[in-house]
Design a protein around this ligand. Structure first.
Ligand SMILES: *[C@@H]1O[C@H](CO)[C@@H](O)[C@H](O)[C@H]1NC(C)=O
Ligand SMILES: *[C@@H]1O[C@H](CO)[C@@H](O)[C@H](O)[C@H]1NC(C)=O
Ligand SMILES: *[C@@H]1O[C@H](CO)[C@@H](O)[C@H](O)[C@H]1NC(C)=O
Ligand SMILES: *[C@@H]1O[C@H](CO)[C@@H](O)[C@H](O)[C@H]1NC(C)=O
Length: 480
């Protein structure tokens, strides 16, 4: 347990956590107790004899035009279709899923292995293409079988035709590979790049659309942290050793991007330029080790699944698996606990946030699915288990540390935002020094405006906890 916890609690006991700094500006758009498919007729259903409703758990999402795509990986054998969509027009609470691009693309039997075997995550680009990263792996929870090699399948969203299939070469994967996440850099439609995260390898496969080839990038920063693998979600404790997983591209204005990434079993965030990744020689050379940057840690319980960068604001929005929460960090600021803002947190609607995208209208879309309960316990079919939440990205970060002006050094004229936030300054437990470094810097050096010093019950030690430090508060809440 975190050593600072005991001294945090007296402070939090009379602390108004919400709603002042927690706006929770997301709403449930769709929710399901169990997923249903839009079977056109009974004959179609007969073509899917292995189908078992309770095996179907949605995991990834994407929005393109008026369609909302939803993946259903073949964790178990009873999955009907691994890639589906619903209409954003649909006003039903639990719309049935329509297989994409067709029912036939998901069928076994006469068709052999289906066109799409088992996909976790997908990405729609600005060129009208849907990039589907197919793991090729089925029955993961019982008897895992690599039915087909992992592959990238690209569809033309205008006519739903497959326009490319690229099998990831055998020398760019291992028997432990699981290609679970994809980001696409689409500044040029002809010269796009896809970054395929292999959490099991671990590794990052860079694919060039123009050259129709890929290369494998390896780095220590892709590895899980041996101490970051314990998760506790909805009362279920489990251990995962997943490497590189969350990935988000931030345009740098010169035709390249910064790729922010993190392993799933870790609390650290890292970054690398796609200028390096796109160069097959430099990115695979050991000499480039130091071109990868370790940004910092989110602290205890800061394991994160997916992330997405809002290009309008430069804010990285990401999911916190252990905390049933969505959080944010403003790129360009120091990466520490104090700079992480709470966007949304709910122990019913946000249990295991599993995918997150921001669409071209600036709306966040999050899918939460209670996956650990499905994997290690049992979902209750009488409860809502799967949800898609949405809201304006701009409104969602309002009132958080992410939407504030950067640190102001001049204490005589702090920004209005900062003035509203009283900042308790405590003594730093580790150093015993006054907490100038943490609270002061994070909140614009406003320690003079509305700060106070608290001591622990022991009277000798305290911890540095700015009011707006979301993660610090959560750690204490969990323990309370
Ligand atoms: C499908 O079969 C069910 C019973 O198995 C029946 O009640 C239903 O009417 C059938 N639907 C169609 C469209 O034939
Ligand atoms: C959604 O509504 C628009 C406008 O009414 C319509 O053109 C479109 O076909 C609908 N989309 C779907 C997927 O049903
Ligand atoms: C791309 O490469 C794959 C495998 O290397 C090949 O099967 C496919 O035909 C190629 N596609 C194009 C459009 O060149
Ligand atoms: C959710 O949180 C509330 C308030 O903290 C708590 O009372 C409730 O028991 C929690 N529910 C679950 C399912 O953990």
């Amino acid at each position: 347990m975190w050593p600072g916890l005991a001294v945090l609690l007296p402070f939090l006991a009379n602390f108004p956590i919400s709603p002042a700094n927690a706006i929770d500006n997301l709403r449930v758009a769709f929710q399901w107790k169990q997923v249903e498919y839009a079977w056109p007729d009974n004959d179609t259903r007969l073509l899917f004899p292995a189908y078992k409703k309770e095996d179907n758990v949605p995991l990834g999402l994407e929005v393109a035009g008026d369609r909302l795509f939803i993946t259903v990986p073949r964790w178990k054998l009873g999955v009907a279709a691994s890639l589906n969509y619903i209409s954003l027009n649909d006003t039903r609470e639990s719309p049935p899923l329509n297989p994409y691009p067709s029912w036939a693309a998901h069928q076994y039997g006469a068709f052999g292995i289906p066109e799409v075997v088992s996909t976790f995550r997908i990405r729609a680009d600005r060129c009208g293409r849907l990039w589907v990263l197919d793991t090729g792996l089925v029955d993961i929870l019982t008897e895992p079988e690599q039915q087909a090699p992992p592959a990238l399948i690209v569809y033309d969203l205008a006519n739903d035709q497959i326009i490319r299939k690229y099998v990831i070469p055998a020398d760019q994967r291992t028997t432990d590979s699981l290609f679970a996440n994809i980001v696409v850099e689409d500044y040029s439609c002809e010269d796009s790049f896809a970054y395929l995260g292999d959490l099991g390898g671990p590794g990052l496969v860079v694919y060039s659309w123009k050259e129709n080839r890929s290369w494998l990038v390896k780095h220590h920063f892709f590895h899980p942290d041996p101490q970051g693998g314990e998760f506790l979600v909805a009362g279920v404790t489990f251990h995962w050793t997943d490497g590189i997983f969350g990935m988000a591209l931030a345009p740098t204005g010169d035709g390249y991007s910064t790729l922010y990434f993190h392993p799933l079993s870790s609390t650290m965030e890292f970054a690398v330029s796609t200028q390096l990744l796109r160069d097959p020689d430099r990115s695979t050379s050991p000499k480039s080790f130091h071109e990868f940057q370790a940004l910092g840690s989110r602290g205890p319980n800061g394991q994160s699944s997916v992330s997405f960068l809002d290009p309008a604001t430069g804010i990285l929005i990401y999911a916190l698996t252990n905390l049933n929460a969505i959080a944010c960090w403003k790129t360009g600021t120091t990466y520490n606990i104090q700079q992480q803002g709470r966007v949304y947190m709910n122990n019913v609607t946000m249990v295991f946030p599993n995918d997150l995208k921001i669409d071209q209208n600036g709306n966040i879309w999050v899918l939460s699915d209670r996956l650990p309960v499905f994997m290690y316990s049992e979902l209750n079919p009488e409860e809502y288990n799967f949800r898609i939440l949405t809201g304006s990205a701009r409104e969602a970060v309002q009132g958080t540390v992410c939407s504030m002006k950067p640190a102001v050094v001049d204490q005589s004229s702090p920004s209005p935002n900062i003035q509203k936030m009283p900042v308790p300054v405590l003594t730093n437990r580790a150093t015993g020094n006054a907490a100038g470094a943490g609270a002061g810097v994070a909140t614009g050096g406003s320690a003079g405006a509305g700060s106070g010093t608290l001591k622990s019950s022991a009277g000798t030690e305290a911890v540095n906890v700015p009011l707006i430090s979301f993660l610090g508060l959560i750690i204490a809440q969990l323990a309370a």
